[in-house]
Design a protein around this ligand. Structure first.
Ligand code: MEV
Length: 397
């Protein structure tokens, strides 16, 4: 078992095209976001296991000796045996987590305990350690923050227990694991996501593990071989919404007006495929202004389709209008009904124009980030390579 501290980070995600349609078997394109979750794992010999999640005010510690005594054999091997809701209930019982644990604070603790107990139990004794996780991602905004958390936990614990090697060589600032090791990280992260979300599709943890851009359809996930580095404005309208209720409302509209709604879904599928084709072209040759024009048209058409599906919101209309006043094109991302939107930033844009757009959006009460998509997936870092604000956040300063 390793004794030095491990520092890992994993990205969040946005859906470029295909939200809602993907529920009905169509293609979705998801990309890693340049907003990341950072985890520091410090091995100890003090007989304690600590979990600090400063973003959500969690600071918990357990005695290793007490955890060692828990009978967790019902969890099976974790990576090969599906984690059922019954097993999650049983885990709550043995770990002394409240039965009504359903908020994200409680579920984050439960996911940690699950991954710690199942990954580390192959060791002769459970390890003593301290884990701190800090994220640039807002929670509950549909940006894959829970997946990034699970991916970081899986990668750090698997490395600590030497189930996968530490790929960081002396003198290197950052490194990544091999495809085979990433498969294992993703498998375990998916189990962590199941603790938190019950029955997720798996697209969020896959994007967070592999990074870049992924195509997702009916459970099949494939990495886009090439994708250009696009810049976007990501806006959180902060309007709360229920993904479950929105997905149901689209289903009901499809049942009520099949002749009208099915072609919308088919058209969204075609938009996702066209976007994939254009991204491929942009990555193969130097991106041209025409490519950005096509991407903007696709964004506009999809946003109208999503409104026709009934998942728009006045806050998202406002986002589209404000950005359009600055010549920029936006669409909702994720479930809609509020939540987040994305705005494409063409490379020819001058910084003052971007700044003015950001200010106009902040004036509407929205949170706004200028970021790039197609970020690297789970990575491991040397202590000195992280920016000072990240180090301070992990130090709780
Ligand atoms: C939510 O991020 C995306 C939806 O398509 C739901 C889903 O795919 O499960 C709305």
């Amino acid at each position: 078992m390793l004794s030095e501290a491990l520092l890992v980070s994993a990205p969040g995600k946005v859906i470029l095209h295909g939200e809602h349609a993907v529920v009905h078997g169509k293609v979705a394109l998801a990309v890693a976001l340049n907003l990341r979750t950072f985890l520091r794992l410090q091995p100890h010999s003090n007989g304690k296991v600590g979990l600090n999640l400063p973003n959500i005010g969690i600071k918990r510690a357990w005695d290793v000796a007490r955890l060692q005594m828990l009978d967790t054999s019902f969890l099976g091997q974790g990576d090969s045996i599906a984690l059922t809701p019954e097993k999650v209930e049983k885990l709550k019982e043995v770990a002394g987590v409240p039965e009504d644990c359903a908020n994200h604070e409680c579920l984050a603790v439960l996911a940690f305990l699950y991954l710690y107990l199942t990954i580390c139990r192959k060791q002769s004794a459970l390890p003593s350690l301290d884990i701190t996780v800090w994220s640039e991602l807002p929670t509950g905004a549909g940006l894959g923050s829970s997946a990034a958390y699970s991916v970081c936990l899986a990668a750090a614990l698997l490395t600590l227990c030497e189930e996968i090697p530490n790929p960081l060589k002396d003198g290197e600032a950052t490194s990544r694991w091999t495809a085979e090791d990433l498969e294992l990280i993703n498998k375990w992260a998916f189990q962590g996501e199941r603790v938190i979300h019950g029955n997720p599709s798996g697209v969020d943890n896959a994007v967070s593990t592999w990074g870049g851009a992924l195509r997702y359809q009916q459970g099949r996930i494939s990495s886009l071989k090439r994708s250009p580095a696009l810049k976007i404005l990501l806006t959180n309208t902060k309007v709360p919404r229920s993904t479950k209720a929105l997905v149901l409302s689209v289903r009901n509209r499809l049942l009520k007006f099949p002749e009208i709604v099915a072609p919308l879904l088919t058209s969204i599928d075609a938009i996702a495929l066209e976007c994939e084709r254009v991204l491929g072209e942009m990555a193969a040759a130097a991106p041209a202004p025409e490519h950005y024009l096509v991407l903007e048209e696709l964004i506009d058409m999809n946003q109208h389709h999503l409104n026709a599906l009934g998942v728009g919101h006045t806050s998202l209309d406002q986002l589209c209008q404000v950005t359009m006043a600055h010549g920029l094109h936006s669409k909702l991302t994720g479930a809609g009904g509020g939540g987040c939107g994305i705005t494409l930033l063409r490379p020819d844009l001058e910084e003052p124009e971007v700044e003015a757009t950001k200010q106009a959006l902040s004036g509407c009460g929205f949170d706004c980030w200028e970021t790039s998509i197609g970020a690297p997936g789970i990575s491991i870092h040397s202590a000195t390579s992280l920016d000072a604000p990240v180090r301070q956040a992990l130090d709780g300063l």
